[in-house]
Design a protein around this ligand. Structure first.
Ligand SMILES: C[S@@+](CC[C@H](N)C(=O)[O-])C[C@H]1O[C@@H](n2cnc3c(N)ncnc32)[C@H](O)[C@@H]1O
Length: 248
């Protein structure tokens, strides 16, 4: 498969078909209709200068869709930030649920300590990935290479704070940030604060699992975004909330 550039007349395949093909074999949770809305946001915001930043990439399902949109405008890069946990980075809590701790270079990333992962989804959705791949970074790289998007989409192992302090992230400005990492209240507030350092006026934030199943995500969005005068045009579409940073 090759990178998605502008299609020649008569060879255009519907974007939704391309998305379906891209993500067919990529483990993850985001259904195709929601990936389509993410694609549309990324693609229609191409007039705003800046890169796309994803917090929480797992095996690359949403990253490949963001990469598809970015590759169509020629200049946008997609930075995918995730601790990319290996199997041994997960530890079992006393109540049987799971959390993770990843040492990524000098940075230690702890996740799912407030809102832990219950045993059933851990065994059903997470463990099988480690049977197919050595780790989630390997799974992510495989997904991006299969989509032909290596020049557009790059992973960073760590947190957004670690990324912005690293050479790869120091000069990045973002026109779209997709926040789908740790869903605990403090973690989402921290991700928003870091994103605000690089989000350009007129740029968008998209939250996954907004106002559906995750109390921490809802509270963080309400306090940091909905109640802030810095944002406008908040729109809920299925499980995603899209919101723009005011220009003035
Ligand atoms: C729901 S999955 C992301 C799914 C992905 N967006 C997709 O559509 O396929 C959540 C991801 O967040 C990552 N994560 C957890 N804590 C994080 C943090 N502090 N920063 C970035 N990613 C984090 C996990 O390792 C996991 O890969």
């Amino acid at each position: 498969m090759t990178a998605a550039g502008p299609a020649a007349p008569g060879t255009t395949s519907p974007v939704i078909d391309r998305i379906e093909k891209f993500v067919r074999d990529i483990p993850g949770w985001t259904p195709v209709d929601q990936l389509m809305s993410l694609f549309l946001l990324a693609w229609s915001g191409r007039g705003v200068q800046g890169d796309i930043v994803e917090i929480g990439s797992w095996c690359g399902r949403s990253a490949c869709v963001l990469g598809l949109a970015a590759s169509m405008d020629g200049g946008t890069h997609v930075h995918c930030i995730d601790p990319f946990p290996a199997r041994d980075d997960w530890y079992r809590n006393d109540d049987g649920s799971w959390s993770l701790k990843v040492q990524a270079g000098a940075e230690s990333v702890v996740a799912y300590d407030q809102q832990t992962v219950w045993a059933e989804p851990f065994e059903r959705d997470i463990l099988p990935v480690y049977e197919r791949f050595a780790g989630t970074l390997e799974a992510f790289r495989h997904s991006v290479a299969s989509a032909g998007l290596e020049a557009t989409v790059t992973p960073f192992r760590g947190s957004i704070g670690g990324f912005l302090a690293a050479p790869a992230g120091r000069s990045v400005r973002s026109r779209l940030a997709f926040i789908d990492g740790d869903h605990g209240y403090e973690a989402v507030c921290r991700d928003i604060r870091e994103v605000e350092r690089i989000l350009v006026p007129g740029g968008w934030i998209c939250f996954d699992d907004a106002f559906t199943t995750s109390a921490g995500v809802d509270r963080a969005i309400t306090e940091c975004i909905i109640e802030s005068p810095a944002y406008e045009q908040a729109q809920q579409l299925t499980r995603k909330l899209f919101v723009a940073r005011r220009r003035g």
